[in-house]
Structures are given as C-alpha cells and as structure tokens.
Write a protein that binds this ligand. Structure first.
Ligand code: FAD
Length: 477
C-alpha cells in the first residue's frame, strides 16, 4: 500500500526527512504537491513567488523523474485532496515535513487528527529548521525574545542533525492519481513579463540552490563579515529564496561550512552561521508568538498614528522618492525580486519613519515582490526596523538615507546600476543629487523634478515628525 509524500515548502530530495522515511518504509511513493487556497493565512502567494514556484515544481519533477518517479499536482483544500487520493490509491500513510507559520500549523494539526481518526498513518518530520522551535528555550522554560542569548543557546546546544543524502532511486506507486497541468495554475506573469530579468540571477530548484551554495563558499564566504553590508559587492549567498521554498535545508548549509578553516577566516564562518541563526530566531518568535505575523508584537505601537498617503506609498514602491539609495533598492526589488539586506533596512526605515506608513503595508509589498518572501523573516524584520518587534532596533534609531548611501555605497556603484538617470553623476553627489550644483546636474543630463524626482520629504523634518508621533504614543501608553 502506497505512502503519500506531501511536498510543501520543502521542494527538494536532498536532506528531506519525510522523503527519507517514505523511502525507507519500502512502500511505493506518491509524490504530491497541493496548491492550497486555505494555506494563505499570512496573505496570498506573492506574484514573484508564484513565478518561482512554477519553476521550482518543474525542477522537482525533473529530479524525481531522474529517479524513476514524478510529481503529481493537485489543487484544493489539502484535507479534501488527501482524502480523495487515499480513496483512489489505497494509500495508508501520509508523510510531510513540518511548517511553522500559524496558518500552516493549524491546517496540519487538523489534517493529522482527521487522518488518524481514519486509521491513516500521518507522520511529520523536522528539517526545515536546524532545531525545532521548542527545543531551544531559556533556563525558565520560556521562549527567547532576544537574539544574542538565543544564538548562544544555538551555538552551545550541540550540532544540528547531519543532512541526509537523497535516495538514488525511488519506488513510484504503480497507480498514480492523475496530475493537474502546471500551466493551468497560471503562476507565470500573463500580461507583461515583469519577471524577464529574474533569470539573470536565479535558477529555481535544488540544483540552483546547491550551485549558489558552492559559489558562495568558493568565492565570497571569505570576507563575508566585512563585505556583506555593501550592496554593490557580490558578497552574500543569495540562498534566501531557495531556503524560502525549502530547496535546500539549513542543515545542508551548516554542514557545508564545516572544516573550511584553512581557506576561510573563522570569523566569516561564524558570522554567516549567525545569519542562518537569525532565520531560526524569526521562526522561534513566530512559532511562540504567532501574532507577530500581522500584529505589533509590542502593543504600544497599536496606538501609533500612521499616515495613509497613497502618493508617498506609490513613490516608495516605484523607486521614485528622490533618495537614490531608496530608489535603487526598490528598483532592485522590482527587477530581480530580491534586495540586499542593508538596503532592505534602509528602505524599511524610510517607509516607516520618514513617510510614517504602517510597516504592514511595506511587509505586504515585500511579500508580493520578493522571491524570498518568508512569513517569519519578513514580519520579524519589518517589526525589527519599526521598533515594534521582540528584539528590535529602537524606534528613535532613524536611518539617514543619504549617510547610509554614502557609507555603504561610497562610489555609487549600486545606485548607478539600478537608477540609470543618475549614471553620469559623480560620487560626491550621487546620494544627494538635490544638493548638486546646477552645472553638474546639467552636465550629467539630470533635470531634477523631471528626469529624476526631487525628494518627496525632507529627511530632517520627517525625522522630527516621526519622533514626535512616537513620543505621543509613549505618553499615551
Ligand atoms: P546571506 O547574508 O547570505 O544570509 C544567509 C541566510 O541567512 C539568508 O538566506 C537568510 O535565510 C538568513 N538571513 C540573513 N539575514 C537575515 C536576517 N536579517 N533575518 C533573518 N534571516 C536572515 N529574509 C527572508 O528570507 N525573507 C524575507 O521575506 C525577508 N524580509 C526582510 C524584510 C526586511 C525589512 C529586512 C530588513 C530583512 C528581510 N529579510 C528577509 C532578511 C534578509 O534581508 C535576507 O534574508 C537576506 O538579504 C537574504 O540574502 P542572502 O541569502 O544573500 O543572505
């Protein structure tokens, strides 16, 4: 009797514990992916991730076929789909890897319960995280709220389980239920191909993930700690979308950074692992405090008087704020579905503090446009910047977009690659074109207010406005 192997955001064969267990059970396997409308508890799948999912499912099907298997696609409420498949195939077990977002958890708990009631074996496995979110707890048995002690616990808590190799061959069930056609899910852009440039950077699927990991370790891990803050340097792993879709496991990444001490400085390895640990921490927070997904973690922010200026919000989304580092970041996001971490912090600070627009609107835009949109990392990072999160940057720390640009993109290379209107402007004014002498702007072919916008807010005034609003909520509390 077959076992249904239910793939979700674990679109890989390598280090996949549910798959490993299904394989070892000796039963024929039905590899299944369900497009679940009800899993959208943290918002619908964004357009950029829909593009990714399409290609990732194709890649997964290819790797299954290499192992004499293939992927079956179905859509609908997960329990209903599983029930129909069980009836049709006579399967007596369903295996999956756990997810940790509140909507996913509540669906899975219900399904497990229902399946067990019908004497179907329902088994779930870890492996999407280095450690289960309930494994690392403070001495009092409570969840961590601050990153540094969490990291210490993770670092001192023993090595994660070693990654498992993918089986060379899989036993496919002889009677496979009929698969829906991937094209019928319409995941790719229809009208305009806004994802045309995505393939410059991305190869969805686990082969692409392993290639990114290999290239990063070879070319960029050495020096990571210093270089990772400079958006023009190819210094980070770009593994985030692969992790978001589970095309590679964190244990595989952790394992690959072992034993490199001859070539790579230990401080770089530790720093990289600390970033992987930020992902763990975000999941730890989301798991223990599910309200984090869409509510201020710190309730004091519930009274904050956000502005709802749609023109400002549109200018931010389109990269037309008049602050070059912001505009470069927002255009990188649109063009490649990804943005450098330093710039994410700067654009988020600008939206929340300079424009005083609710972080949830920024979070939703990121969810729609990022290929790596992740329910834990996205919400936790936005709340970190807003100051409303668990372990958060204080609200009064307001990034100056000009100084941040000058510090982290000193020659303006990053700005020039995404804001072509400013390409001819020298480094001195590249982050403050609004202060450049007229003659210099003319020479660079820039007409402020026409070819490139004037700043939509004055940073110094906006800063004071934000601090006053923040103090008002504090006084009211
Ligand atoms: P690397 O520097 O190579 O890091 C390796 C991995 O560590 C990343 O792939 C990621 O899984 C994890 N990581 C790195 N930095 C962080 C961090 N600050 N917080 C949590 N995990 C981290 N990351 C997402 O994966 N999805 C999101 O939706 C997301 N939204 C964000 C929103 C804002 C406002 C901010 C400030 C940050 C956000 N991040 C998000 C975190 C971070 O920007 C990205 O993980 C990182 O830029 C991905 O690039 P990389 O894989 O090259 O990172």
């Amino acid at each position: 009797k077959p076992v249904i192997l239910w793939f979700r955001k674990d679109l890989r064969l390598d280090d996949n514990r549910a798959l490993d267990a299904a394989h070892r059970s000796g039963r024929p396997i039905i590899p299944l992916y369900i497009s679940e409308p009800e899993a959208a508890g943290t918002g619908p799948l964004g357009a950029a991730q829909a593009w990714w999912l399409h290609h990732s499912l194709e890649a997964l099907d290819r790797s299954l076929r290499k192992r004499r298997s293939r992927l079956v696609l179905a859509s609908g409420e997960a329990f209903e789909v599983l029930r129909a498949f069980i009836r049709e195939s006579g399967a007596e077990a369903v295996f999956w890897n756990r997810r940790y977002d509140p909507a996913g958890i509540s669906i899975d708990v219900r399904i497990k319960h229902e399946l067990e009631k019908q004497a179907i074996e329902a088994r779930s496995f870890g492996g999407q995280l280095l450690h289960e979110p309930s494994r690392l707890m403070t001495g009092n048995g409570t969840p961590y709220r601050v990153y540094t002690p969490f990291w210490r616990a993770l670092e001192g808590g023993g090595e994660p389980e070693p990654p498992l190799e993918a089986p060379a061959k899989l036993r496919l069930a002889s009677q496979l239920p009929k698969s829906e056609a991937l094209e019928s899910w319409k995941l790719l852009p229809t009208k305009r191909d806004w994802a045309g440039d995505f393939t410059d950077l991305w190869t969805p699927g686990e082969e692409g993930a392993h290639e990114k990991l290999r290239a990063f370790i070879e070319d960029a891990l050495d020096g990571y700690k210093e270089n990772r803050d400079y958006p023009a340097r190819p210094a980070t792993s770009m593994l985030s979308p692969h992790l978001a879709f589970g095309e590679i496991s964190p244990a595989r990444i952790w394992d690959a950074t072992r034993g490199l001490s001859k070539r790579v400085a230990a401080a770089d390895v530790v720093h990289f692992r600390k970033e992987i640990a930020w992902r763990e921490f975000s999941y730890h927070l989301l798991f223990h405090f599910p309200r984090l997904a869409s509510n201020n973690w710190n309730e004091r922010f519930d009274g904050f008087e956000w502005r709802s200026d749609d023109d400002d919000f549109r200018a931010w989304r389109r990269g037309m704020t008049g602050y070059p580092i912001i505009d470069a970041g927002m255009r990188q996001l649109w063009r490649h579905g990804w943005m450098h971490n330093r710039v994410r912090m700067i654009v988020a600070s600008f939206l929340i503090k300079d424009l005083m627009i609710d972080w949830r609107r920024g979070e939703a835009w990121f969810r729609d446009t990022l290929v790596d949109a992740d329910p834990a990392n996205n919400a936790a990072s936005w709340q970190w910047v807003a100051g409303s999160g668990a372990d958060a940057s204080p609200f009064f720390r307001i990034f100056n977009p000009v100084l941040q640009g000058e510090k982290f993109d000193p020659d303006g290379k990053y700005v020039r690659s995404y804001v072509p209107e400013l390409r001819e402007l020298g480094a001195k004014y590249i982050h403050r074109p609004f202060e450049a002498p007229r003659s210099m702007l003319d020479e660079a072919g820039i007409a402020l207010g026409q070819t490139y916008p004037k700043p939509i807010v004055d940073h110094a005034l906006a800063r004071n406005r934000a601090l006053a609003a923040y103090n008002a909520t504090r006084d009211a509390a």
